[in-house]
Design a binder for this molecule. Structure first.
Ligand SMILES: [Zn+2]
Ligand SMILES: [Zn+2]
Length: 416
């Protein structure tokens, strides 16, 4: 009842801005709601702060809001606004300082990350492959780089990953893990990364480096999980689904007629997906569990097709399609190579591994009847999806999709 009577008293009808000002002038923090004279039917929150009356357009959609935070009651909204206004005016200097002088590096979070890096280094990791590519200027033509790369052993890559920040309401006091300052406000005090759990101010989130180290406990599924997120969570170079399926296929399926073209029984493919989601790298995909190799091949294609961002990313999709349209064979390959180098490292590494595998598949063509063109048809739409799906683009691009994959299989030794 208290709440109701307050809110009734709060509402002052269609009074002028000046009259609202007079009513509020006495008390700092006092507020009222009036109907706008200029736009009848809309409401304005008048709030006294810093010896002036501030006017905000007030919205309601089941909750009250003036900005992006939504509140159960206007009282909560005003409390939050007063805290924010106070911090922003009285502590402007403090806020400016907190983002220019972050304590992020000294926090356990980053040192934990460093420990992991050191651990990886001790297992023989040097520079990420991408750096080797871009930094080596002794090599003149981009298409003869393979020889230089052959000397470098298989490496554990440290991929960069951006944090996946979502607005979060903290219960109890929380401190920003970037600047170490208090996260003020009643609700939505900051943002939390849903992949690693890092908690920071919204304004600090823009300054946090791309060093998200996903926590396995937060990554619930294997299929349909972002590729970089998955490999970082499992600390692998490529998604383990890709490695495990390819290992199994190379073990017992290379001579299987119509490999990747013949589809396995879809219920069984679904079983494999569930096994990976449930058991991760412990999933049993051996011959005793799935005798038909087409089920494993189907699961691998399903995994690649279900990625939220395809192996050939949405951003680079049209670059690849345009490259395939170049009539001169050498320039076309150069253009594809250019595009390949722009892929995010984890995508690049997965594509490289897959293409080397498909190349080996074509070496058994006499038995499996699969050549690079057949595989291009099968893998085109699996690895390449236009950013905006519509029937017409899909149809128009099919030829180029096939060609891109076909050329990557045929020239995997110079492209990667
Ligand atoms: Zn994160
Ligand atoms: Zn902060």
């Amino acid at each position: 009842p208290q709440e109701v009577s307050t809110s009734v008293n709060l509402f002052h009808g269609m009074i002028s801005r000046e009259y609202a000002d007079e009513l509020l002038v006495a008390a700092e923090g006092a507020y009222l709601i009036r109907e706008s004279q200029r736009q009848p039917g809309t409401h304005t929150l008048a709030l006294r702060f810093g010896h002036q009356t501030l006017n905000y357009r007030l919205f309601y959609d089941g909750k009250h809001f003036v900005g992006e935070k939504r509140f159960e009651s206007v009282h909560d909204l005003v409390t939050d606004a007063l805290i924010t206004l106070y911090i922003e005016t009285k502590a402007a200097e403090y806020i400016a300082k907190m983002t220019t002088n972050p304590i992020y590096e000294h926090l356990g979070y980053t040192s934990l990350l460093k420990d992991k890096m050191v651990h990886r280094l001790s297992r023989g990791r040097t520079e990420p492959r991408r750096v080797t590519f871009q930094g080596d200027d002794r090599i003149s033509s981009p298409l003869v780089r393979r020889s230089a790369l052959k000397d470098t052993p298989e490496k554990q890559c440290s991929y960069e990953k951006i944090h996946n920040f979502k607005v979060h309401t903290f219960r109890g006091p929380h401190w920003c893990e970037y600047c170490a300052n208090f996260m003020w406000g009643l609700i939505a005090q900051g943002v939390r990364c849903s992949d690693c759990g890092l908690n920071v101010h919204k304004q600090c989130s823009k300054l946090v480096p791309s060093d998200c180290q996903p926590d396995l406990r937060r990554i619930k599924k294997v299929f349909s999980c972002d590729l970089t997120t998955l490999v970082k969570a499992h600390n692998t170079t490529r998604p383990m689904v890709v490695d495990m399926c390819i290992r199994e296929i190379e073990l017992r399926g290379m001579k299987s007629e119509g490999l990747y073209r013949v589809s396995g029984f879809s219920e069984h493919i679904e079983d494999v997906r569930l096994a990976f989601d449930r058991d991760g790298e412990k999933a049993d995909i051996s011959a005793s569990a799935y005798a038909d190799i087409n089920i494993i091949a189907g699961a691998l294609k399903l995994y690649l097709r279900d990625l939220p961002i395809p192996i050939i990313t949405f951003d680079l999709y049209s670059k690849f399609i345009q490259a395939a349209k170049i009539p001169n064979a050498e320039s076309r390959l150069e253009a594809i190579h250019e595009s390949v180098l722009q892929l995010p490292p984890a995508h690049y590494e997965t594509l490289r591994y897959l293409m080397a595998h498909l190349k080996r598949v074509t070496q058994f063509e006499k038995d499996n009847l699969m050549n690079s063109e057949n595989l291009g048809i099968v893998y085109g739409p699996t690895l390449m999806q236009p950013p905006e799906q519509n029937a017409l683009t899909t149809l128009n691009d099919m030829r180029q999709q096939k060609l891109v994959i076909q050329l990557m299989i045929e020239h995997e030794d110079v492209l990667f």
